[in-house]
Design a protein around this ligand. Structure first.
Ligand code: FDA
Length: 302
């Protein structure tokens, strides 16, 4: 990252919210479900699957958790009504996991009933390390109750524990993973910090998941990881019902077209909602060409 981009990343917390909003427009489908559905229809027409995420995390009152639940019920109904080729991704902390674990479990369980009724699928996103054990525990329970075809989990390649988690999760039954690098700031004692170490653990995790016969959503915008994953898929002779690639809305659209053109299935993560700030800041921090966009957002209208 260039010096100016690094400076902007450091000062992002002080950047006025309207500027952050303009900068992050391409990463978010809008503030309403209607807008998200419009985006999903367009992506489906272009040949991409989608997963819908309602923005919001780490809620502080259980009322907000109930709002998340109701919001996702609407999303599932809209997916069915508009025949969207897509599913949902949820953040357990937006259902109150850090407020009241049991209540949260029951609330997500209620949502799972809707997921099953609609014949759809729910992915438990993985948040920071205080959530890892609980998220795995929830996944195990829902998988057992609703079947592995209705629920999946995310594991993060930066965590040192991930290969062990793959072993224990796959030993307990048929598994549906997303593997990603991981986005939260974690201590070195539990997380790899080097770029190459994380890449190596991503590839080791991917191989371990395929060795265990799991379905894998390979979530990355890293050319190297895409190319290595494509080699692994080819060498193992995997079919498109055993894996898919996954990317975030608005990120590296040329790469996503290249992945589709190579014959792989690709799912786009489509976030929407009013609680856009935390997600936007994380995306902007990952953007290698922030400076140009920053000045455009500051000084050019439209
Ligand atoms: P890396 O960060 O090295 O990016 C590779 C290249 O992509 C960069 O060099 C840059 O060119 C480009 N790029 C990346 N981000 C960009 C941006 N915002 N704007 C422009 N260019 C950009 N994490 C987590 O902890 N829990 C989770 O549940 C999920 N879920 C999830 C779902 C999906 C579908 C994806 C794609 C990612 C996640 N993540 C996640 C985030 C993930 O952990 C990771 O932080 C990002 O995907 C970035 O890592 P990459 O593998 O893309 O590599």
């Amino acid at each position: 990252m260039k010096v100016l981009d690094q400076f902007i990343v450091k000062t992002l917390p002080f950047v006025p919210k309207p500027v952050v909003a303009r900068l992050s427009r391409s990463y978010i489908a809008g503030d309403s479900l209607d807008k998200a559905i419009e985006t999903c229809k367009r992506l489906n027409r272009e040949g991409f699957r989608v997963t819908i995420d309602i923005l919001g995390e780490f809620v502080t009152h259980f009322d907000q958790a109930i709002e998340s639940y109701e919001g996702y019920r609407d999303v599932l109904a809209a997916i069915a009504k508009h025949q969207i080729n897509g599913n949902v991704s949820i953040k357990p902390t937006s259902f109150g996991m850090l407020l009241d674990k049991d209540r949260c479990f029951k609330l997500i369980d209620q949502l799972m009933q809707d997921v099953k009724t609609h014949g759809n699928f729910m992915r438990l996103d993985m948040e920071d390390s205080p959530c890892t054990d609980m998220t795995i525990e929830f996944y195990d329970a829902y998988r057992k109750k609703y079947g592995p075809e209705h629920v999946g989990i995310v594991l993060q390649a930066y965590l040192r524990r991930t290969l062990n988690d793959i072993a224990s999760i796959t030993a307990a039954g048929s598994s549906h993973f997303r593997i990603c690098k991981g986005i939260y700031v974690e201590p070195e004692a539990i997380a790899y910090k080097g770029y190459e170490e994380v890449r190596a653990n991503f590839i080791a995790s991917l191989n371990a998941m395929f060795d265990a016969g799991a379905y894998v959503g390979i979530a990355t915008h890293d050319d190297y990881l895409y190319e290595e994953a494509a080699k692994i898929i080819k060498a193992r002779g995997l079919k498109t019902d055993q894996y898919e690639f996954q990317m975030l809305l608005g990120v590296r659209e040329r790469l996503r077209d290249q992945i589709r053109a190579a014959g792989h299935e690709l799912r786009i993560y489509v976030p929407f909602g009013k609680d856009w700030y935390g997600y936007s800041v994380r995306r902007l921090k990952e953007n290698p060409s922030l400076a140009g966009q920053f000045f455009k957002a500051m000084f050019i209208k439209g």
